[in-house]
Ligand binder design. Structure first.
Ligand code: CO
Length: 460
């Protein structure tokens, strides 16, 4: 078997999982040349919550961050995480917005598009995958199996989905295990089945939330997985990925040796340990999380768990934390067992929060939860009980949606978003500005107000 490749997450998922996505570009920059020399398969650095966090908290233009990353990473492809028809926002966008976003991301330097849909409904992946495959920069297009455990999910179902992704033209597939639910021996079985069924590389992405992480990687590696996602030590473990240096050391001298130089990582890790301490201090974040094997029941992904803990603390409701964790699986079952990942994790999490705070279930129901159960975001793994939709949530029958792609086609077009930006007084927006606005209207508007001169001068 060939060497294992490592995809490094310190610039994205590492700080998203442990430090609420607060790492700034200037804290990354000093190490980019060194990271670029390591020989990683790719560096994940964009997408997920980074885009929102740049605009909302860090006063950075995410497109400019990408340009600077690209200028400093000559050898290693930059990877982004993209939520299919959701892009990086919380709604479904019309097809032309999805296409424009993918084209511009590729033009600014994205070399690997990792594309997923929270419900594993491939109808939500088609437009983004096709757009990425057609980019002149020829990025790698990776399709995801959003991993979850439930009474209805099996490894065979994930293999069928992977075959469909291969048929759609994906260059690789990723098992995306955002909450660390994939147990080592299940990983062994799943990876063997995927390797037998597919001709394209298989990558594994997990989190250490439940404590399985490193053991799961070892079994997956023995089973033939091609690539594993790891984070350098200061941004690894806990609710983040397994540790890069540990995996490199673990495989040293074996037939699956990564052939990466662990010593070369030491100064980089040292730098990021300093960054971690700075961020903990500046934003008053926790930064460290205990292993919690109960994640197997409540299934909240790493990034959201750190946010949730902070939100409850701020609201002075720390004592409700356990009630909330208990309510999550009940709400998830009612909603047809969606995998819990952005945005379904937020939707289920918010619904569970409302239930706990109101002291009565489904007394107040956010629109997003209604949208999910009525099929607006795609097919849930199990059809939601009709009685629950019609009588408990009081959703009229004619609002139930069978084909979400028809709904997407009716959405706001790129030209309409552009008119809206111009209507707000930003007269000469770039396509990138319009896309930022389409994804995060209020946050982008505030950002434009501060940087209007700079934004209009910014041309591509
Ligand atoms: Co992740």
């Amino acid at each position: 078997m060939a060497k294992v490749q490592i995809m490094e997450t310190v610039l994205r998922d590492g700080h998203q999982s442990l430090l609420a996505t607060r790492m700034r570009y200037r804290q990354m920059e000093p190490m980019l040349a060194s990271l670029d020399k390591i020989g990683y398969k790719a560096l994940e650095a964009w997408g997920g919550a980074t885009f929102d966090s740049c605009l909302r908290f860090l006063d950075e233009d995410p497109w400019e961050r990408l340009d600077k990353l690209k200028a400093n990473l000559k050898n290693t492809p930059i990877q982004m995480l993209l939520r299919g028809q959701n892009l990086l926002g919380y709604n479904h966008y019309s097809n032309d917005v999805v296409e424009k976003f993918v084209q511009h991301a590729a033009a600014h330097g994205i070399g690997v598009f990792r594309i997923f849909d929270a419900l594993n409904d491939v109808r939500n992946l088609r437009v983004a995958i096709k757009a990425a495959l057609e980019c002149p920069e020829k990025p790698e297009v990776q399709g995801c199996l959003v991993y979850t455990i439930s009474p209805v999910h099996t490894n065979e179902m994930f293999v069928d989905l992977a075959k469909e992704l291969q048929e759609m033209g994906c260059h690789s597939v990723c098992i995306k295990d955002m909450s660390g639910l994939l147990a080592p021996y299940v990983a062994d079985d799943l990876v063997r089945k995927l390797k037998a069924a597919l001709d394209i590389p298989v990558e594994l992405h997990t989190h250490c939330t439940s404590g399985f992480g490193h053991a799961t990687y070892l079994k997956a590696i023995e089973a033939g997985v091609d690539i594993v996602d790891c984070a350098l030590s200061p941004f690894s473990s806990d609710t983040s990925q397994p540790c890069t240096e540990t995996i490199v050391a673990m495989l040293k001298g074996t037939e699956r040796d990564t052939e990466l130089d662990r010593q070369a990582m030491t100064p980089i890790a040292k730098h990021f340990l300093g960054v971690k301490q700075e961020l903990i201090k500046e934003f008053g974040l926790k930064g460290y999380f205990d292993i919690n094997v109960n994640v197997l029941d409540f299934q909240i992904p790493g990034g959201m768990l750190s946010n949730l803990a902070n939100q409850l603390k701020e609201a002075g409701m720390e004592d409700k934390y356990q009630d909330l964790l208990d309510e999550m699986p009940r709400v998830r079952a009612d909603a047809g067992y969606p995998p819990l990942v952005t945005p379904s994790s937020q939707i289920v999490g918010t619904m569970a929060t409302f239930n706990v705070m109101a002291g009565e279930r489904y007394k107040m129901v956010p629109n997003e939860f209604k949208d999910m159960v009525r099929g607006k975001f795609g097919r849930t793994p199990v059809p939601v009980d009709r009685d629950f939709i019609l009588n408990t949530l009081k959703i009229p029958e004619d609002q139930i949606i069978e084909d979400c792609s028809i709904e997407d086609a009716k959405g706001q077009t790129f030209a309409q978003f552009k008119d809206e930006v111009i209507g707000k007084g930003f007269l000469n927006p770039t396509d990138e500005d319009v896309l930022s606005y389409a994804l995060f209207p209020q946050v982008a508007e505030e950002f434009f107000k501060k940087h209007y001169r700079q934004v209009t001068a910014y041309k591509r």
